[in-house]
Design a protein around this ligand. Structure first.
Ligand SMILES: [Zn+2]
Length: 321
């Protein structure tokens, strides 16, 4: 197979990795409930077709299942999350839920796994005891202890900016906030993996974080390269600023500074800098969306008109006869 063919096959897999086809004529008898059916699973009780007697293989399989390696496997979901993340997330939020290991569970399991690996290999987390606020340090200490939930909160700051800026995207247009939540969960898993890589191989690997977002959102929302680029940059900027804002407010509530004037200036500026780019970006997105729709309509109108003209000419020909 040439490289080009391989790439083509990879592309096809990215778009549609599952084969749901089955032989209509091949009948099965359900061992569990006695129903006769065609297909891979019993439509009555959902037991898998063609299950054999309990053997050593079943022992292995049911043990592997505990670790998320069975049907809808954790490993295969992670594999997809690396090689076709945007399409995978898109499939999931559009209702193809059987394609994935339950995402929140995946995040938590990966979080536990990451802590386990850290302690097994003795990766030392350097928590800097600077003179900086204790609350922030406490938060980061907690983040290291339960990275799954921690990264969900951190990536959660991107959720509303994403909802605003990618509302008018070519793909997954007008995604809802609950769908946004699941996008966030999948992104948190990715960030967690990158975080683990960075723990092992050095902080250089944090470069992958923005790259993940560029890569995933391009597949998920379907903007062209630049359209995707500037939107992700705004999302990351606004997300980081609002995270800082949240911490500033939390600090303010915990302590009693001498004067609130400085704090309010900081809060006002942070709010301004995170909200304005989003509003502007949203406005531009809406305008380009409307333009795109109009163009679609003109193409449609053109087709309809030419069809009418064609029909009329046909009629005339008939009349002449
Ligand atoms: Zn059955």
């Amino acid at each position: 197979m040439t490289l080009k063919e391989r790439y083509k096959r990879f592309k096809a897999w990215q778009l549609n990795p599952f084969d749901w086809s089955y032989d209509e004529n091949e009948r099965h008898h359900c061992v569990n409930c006695g129903y006769d059916f065609a297909g891979k699973f019993c439509p009555h009780c959902s037991q898998k077709a063609g299950l054999k007697k309990i053997s050593w293989k079943s022992v292995l399989q049911s043990t592997a299942e505990v670790w998320g390696m069975g049907n809808r496997s954790l490993l295969y979901s992670l594999w997809q999350l690396i090689w076709r993340p945007g399409y995978f997330i898109s499939d999931y939020i559009n209702g193809k839920r059987q394609v994935s290991f339950p995402p929140v569970k995946m995040l938590v399991v990966m979080g536990v796994f990451s802590v386990l690996i850290d302690s097994l290999f003795g990766v030392k987390e350097v928590v800097e005891n600077s003179s900086e606020s204790t609350l922030v340090n406490q938060f980061f200490a907690w983040l290291k202890a339960s990275p799954g939930w921690g990264w969900l909160i951190m990536t959660g700051f991107f959720m509303i900016p994403t909802w605003c800026l990618f509302r008018y995207a070519p793909r997954n247009t007008r995604h809802t906030l609950p769908q946004g939540f699941f996008i966030t969960v999948f992104m948190a898993v990715q960030v967690l993996i990158v975080d683990d890589l960075a723990d092992f191989f050095g902080d250089f690997f944090y470069v992958l974080l923005p790259l993940c977002y560029f890569y995933v959102f391009r597949q998920l929302f379907g903007y062209d390269y630049w359209g995707n680029f500037w939107r992700v940059v705004i999302i990351m900027g606004a997300g980081l600023l609002s995270a800082t804002l949240a911490m500033t407010i939390a600090e303010l509530l915990m302590t009693t500074p001498k004067s609130y004037a400085d704090e309010f200036i900081v809060i006002r500026d942070l709010t301004l800098y995170s909200v304005v780019p989003i509003v502007v970006g949203m406005f531009i997105s809406k305008k380009t969306f409307e333009l795109r729709e109009k163009r679609k309509q003109t193409v449609f109108q053109f087709l309809r008109m030419s069809f009418r003209a064609f029909k009329q000419r046909f009629k005339q020909n008939d009349d002449e006869k």
